[in-house]
Design a binder for this molecule. Structure first.
Ligand code: SAH
Length: 457
């Protein structure tokens, strides 16, 4: 026995009062929270306690006694159990509201900036089949090479064929590729003893171009019949223009290793975004939801009110999608990006679109920006699009010292966005509105764009 309000294996009836940012239902007993997967606010349910901790417990649903009006039936429970579609049991309009409220919560309560208005989340008309990229783990199950997805917070592979949120052509390709690999008796990687060969299959498909890239992530370099397998993949799937072997010898959760070997065709695919062409290499970041990326960037450009005389900075640029899409509207584009392959793509993409007013440099944003400050580059608008950890404080200071009229912040993590907006406000850049855009329907991820303007003195 312990002093907590609930005990392991105890069965009890609870009311769900909230939803965490990870999509777990919350019940409380004497202020002590119990988190329950697949539970929604307004529901009453019988649960069993499966884990008890100091600050919270985890419960499992035995039966739902009162169902939320916002619950939708999910065809395949595995989609909720895995990280693929953990919010698919919630009605889509409520998912959009949930995301808006997440942003309000961090901005108002944590950053203490209640003056910032959070707009309604821009959602998709058809919020399924949107992902242009799949990263699928491989395991050997009952002697068979199996593809699927990990159960939440674990590395137990749940076999899945219909991934709901992926481009169906990718689901179909995955089945065909698995059959080919099975035929060639390619061995699955085994995480436990770090043996075996094939770790992940990564597939990218251009939303407009339909060109496909298949990356086979292997533990070792030597790939028996690798080229023959790659040629077979192209034969069965003619849209595949690139098959790449990526070697990842480390014991790690990071999917890609450093080394890429082309096994068939070219080393990249090309797709379109806002009517510009983009070449995309294996190591380069590319937004997974092309349609919503267009909505997001359009919103960013509308907020920036770009003028022909403007010089803009595209920081954390990836393959240059933001700067290149804006290049026709402005005078000059300067961009920087950490990953070398992505910078090379960005500069090729400048040429591919016949532009002469944009340049991308390799390096850390917080290192490159001060160089541009020294060179006295006068940027009117700075676009930033950092990874989840947000901006470096020194970057924020330099950006503000450069005195742009506007800063447009695109964020995939409201918590670090809120933290950074506080620093910007201290440096004289205030935010009026934040626009959430649903880039990842059926999941708990939230993307936002915010306009920061210089306070007039
Ligand atoms: N704007 C691009 C990419 C956004 S993702 C797009 O919309 O497609 C964030 C990018 O920042 C990634 O390409 C990542 O490689 C890069 N990155 C991460 N840390 C960085 C840093 N310190 N400096 C510059 N780029 C960085």
């Amino acid at each position: 026995m312990n002093n907590y309000p609930v005990q392991k294996n105890q069965e009890l009836t609870v009311d769900i009062i909230d939803l965490t940012h990870e999509g777990m239902g919350v019940a409380k007993i004497d202020h002590y929270p119990i988190f329950i997967e697949n539970a929604l606010p307004q529901e009453q349910m019988q649960i069993k306690i499966i884990k008890v901790g100091k600050k919270f417990a985890i419960g499992k649903i035995l039966s739902i006694e009162k169902t939320s009006p916002d619950r939708v039936s999910v065809e395949d429970e595995k989609l909720v159990q895995t990280g693929i579609a953990p919010l698919s049991h919630l009605r889509y309009d409520k998912q959009l509201l949930f995301k808006k409220e997440q942003v309000e919560n961090v901005l108002w309560k944590i950053a203490k900036m209640p003056e910032i208005k959070v707009l309604d989340t821009l959602g998709m008309e058809e919020p399924i089949h949107y992902r242009n990229k799949a990263q699928i783990p491989i395991q050997r199950i009952e002697g068979k090479l199996t593809t699927g997805f990990y159960r939440k917070n674990s590395h137990d592979l749940v076999p899945i064929d219909d991934f709901m949120i992926q481009d169906p052509a990718i689901d179909d390709a995955l089945i065909k590729i698995s059959e080919i690999l099975q035929f060639y008796k390619v061995k699955a990687y085994n995480e436990t003893n770090h043996e075996g060969f094939l770790r992940h299959i990564v597939i990218r498909r251009g939303h407009y171009s339909h060109e496909m890239m298949v990356i086979l992530v292997t533990r070792k370099e030597k790939f028996f019949k690798g080229k023959e397998i790659a040629a077979k993949i192209h034969e069965v799937l003619p849209d595949v223009v690139s098959v790449v072997q990526n070697v990842n010898p480390e014991q790690t959760n990071v999917i890609l290793g450093k080394e890429d070997n082309v096994l068939y065709g070219q080393s990249y695919i090309t797709d379109q975004l806002l009517e510009k062409d983009f070449q995309i290499s294996p190591q380069s970041f590319y937004q997974v939801n092309t349609q919503q990326a267009e909505v997001l960037y359009q919103k960013a450009f509308d907020l920036a009110e770009l003028k022909e005389t403007d010089t803009i900075i595209d920081a954390y640029a990836g393959i240059g999608t933001i700067g290149i899409s804006a290049a026709d509207k402005v005078s000059h584009v300067y961009g920087m990006e950490l990953v070398d392959q992505a910078v090379q793509d960005a500069n090729k993409n400048v040429a591919l679109n016949g532009l002469e007013n944009a340049v991308y440099l390799p390096g850390k944003a917080e290192k490159v920006l001060p160089q541009w400050q020294n060179e006295e580059i006068q940027a009117n608008v700075i676009f930033v699009d950092p990874p989840r950890k947000g901006l470096d404080e020194s970057f924020i200071q330099t950006a503000c010292e450069m005195n742009p009229e506007k800063i447009v912040y695109i964020s995939c993590n409201p918590a670090t966005l809120a933290r950074d907006l506080v620093v910007f406000a201290k440096e004289g850049y205030h935010t009026n509105e934040v626009q959430p855009v649903d880039m990842f329907p059926q999941t708990t991820h939230v993307e936002c764009v915010a306009l920061l303007s210089k306070i007039k003195e």
